[in-house]
Design a protein around this ligand. Structure first.
Ligand code: FES
Ligand SMILES: [Fe+2]
Length: 403
């Protein structure tokens, strides 16, 4: 993050803390139609055009330590193997044998020399080529080179691996600009996986994700936690292309430090935006991360049905050296889980509300504009002409803050 961007956020926080109304140019936002959270027609479109066509986080390189290491992702329905090849390259394939669809791996992770289908023994190399075929003489005209595993786009944001089922997707680093440049300050290739955990929640995935795109709720549900150290009135927001956004919230006191991070190694190159404030990135659609120089959780929001979801927290930190994980992490994660519980407390009841005639739509304010931005992008991805008119959002937030 260059000096002028840092300054822009610092100036932004000062401006936000002092304003008495939204900027004059800020439009009145039409309500988000309620049906976007419940209408099966819309949720089918969302599945096809958002979840199956977006760059989605899959794993960290620590989870693929050696050639042959693999993990399986089933987040969008189709099982996908992410595997480190003999050449060190990470690739992704559908876990689907090209013969009659047998699974190639049956565990969620592991290490393999190659993939042997359990059904009739077709054998594939780690780079997906079909290399052996039982009773080849009985297939007439079968060309093995045409029967490689079906690949899925797989690219890296530093040591974080993402997949995308859309073969035409924009290259990852281009798609996530300017976050690639913003992340350099954290020396992200030195970061390691600390731990991960997940919780099932009975609400549409967007209900919970919305809560992580705004700080309007701090005074109510985080009165005894986050609100004590973050000043939501100074929050400044940058909206970018491809639905990305960054929200920076000032600490109440410039010298405040999360007690859970005391004694932990901090990256010295982090800017004041991260060292003395709280930046929260949204890698569209479903990855939110508040990055601190001592580490961060990747908060991932996955639909498990139209009315249920799973939130995962994958924690990362700058390399802590050869010893065991510093003790402080237990406290840090426990503190975070307490905040997460606060965020989860209404999710199920909000879902019930969404399905009640009492719920008509969502009026969003200036502080909540990242949610509107998120929905505008969703319509761009689905294609506005596919969406029933009563379920569309009206584009209002151009021009975006580009860097
Ligand atoms: S389904 Fe895989 S070998 Fe037949
Ligand atoms: Fe929250």
């Amino acid at each position: 993050m260059d000096k002028s961007t840092v300054q822009r956020f610092l100036d932004g926080m000062k401006y936000e803390a002092g304003r008495t109304a939204p900027p004059e140019s800020f439009p009145s936002l039409p309500d988000i139609p309620a049906g976007r959270y419940t209408d099966p027609r819309f949720l089918i479109l969302e599945r096809e055009h958002l979840w199956r066509r977006s760059w989605l986080y899959a794993c960290h390189m620590d989870e693929l330590p050696t050639p042959g290491s693999f993990v399986v992702s089933r987040k969008t329905g189709s099982p996908i193997i992410i595997v480190r090849g003999k050449d060190g390259t990470v690739r992704a394939f559908y876990n689907t044998c090209r013969h009659r669809g047998g699974p190639l791996v049956k565990t969620e992770n592991g290490c393999a020399e190659g993939f042997v289908c359990g059904y009739h023994g077709w054998t594939y190399s780690l780079d997906g080529r079909l290399i052996n075929l039982r009773d080849k003489r009985d297939f007439v005209g079968l060309n093995m080179s045409e029967r490689s595993l079906t690949s899925v786009r797989c690219e890296r944001f530093y040591s974080w691996v993402f997949i995308n089922e859309d073969p035409q997707a924009q290259p990852l680093m281009e798609h996530f600009a300017p976050f690639g440049e913003y992340f350099q300050q954290f020396q992200p290739d030195t970061w390691r996986l600390v731990t991960k955990e997940g919780f099932d929640v009975k609400c549409n995935v967007k209900v919970l994700m919305d809560a992580f795109l705004e700080v309007y709720h701090l005074k109510s549900i985080h009165a005894n936690t986050v609100d004590r150290f973050l000043d939501h009135r100074g929050t400044t927001i940058a909206l970018y292309r491809n639905g990305l956004s960054l929200m920076v919230t000032p600490n109440r006191r410039p010298d405040w430090q999360d007690p859970g991070t005391r004694g932990m190694r901090a990256v010295e190159t982090a800017t004041v935006i991260s060292a003395r404030n709280n930046p929260s990135f949204n890698f569209y659609p479903n990855l939110v991360t508040p990055v601190d120089p001592t580490g961060c959780p990747f908060l991932l929001f996955w639909p498990t049905s139209d009315r249920s979801m799973r939130i995962e927290c994958h924690w990362f930190a700058p390399d802590w050296g050869p010893g065991p994980l510093p003790e402080g992490w237990k406290v840090r994660i426990a503190n975070f889980d307490r905040i997460l519980d606060e965020d989860l407390q209404f999710a199920e009841q909000i879902q019930q509300s969404l399905e009640s005639p009492g719920f008509r739509g969502i009026p969003l304010n200036y502080q909540e504009r990242r949610i509107y931005h998120w929905h505008e992008e969703l319509d761009r991805r689905i294609g506005i002409e596919r969406i029933p008119p009563e379920l569309r959002v009206q584009p209002r937030l151009e021009p975006l803050w580009e860097n």
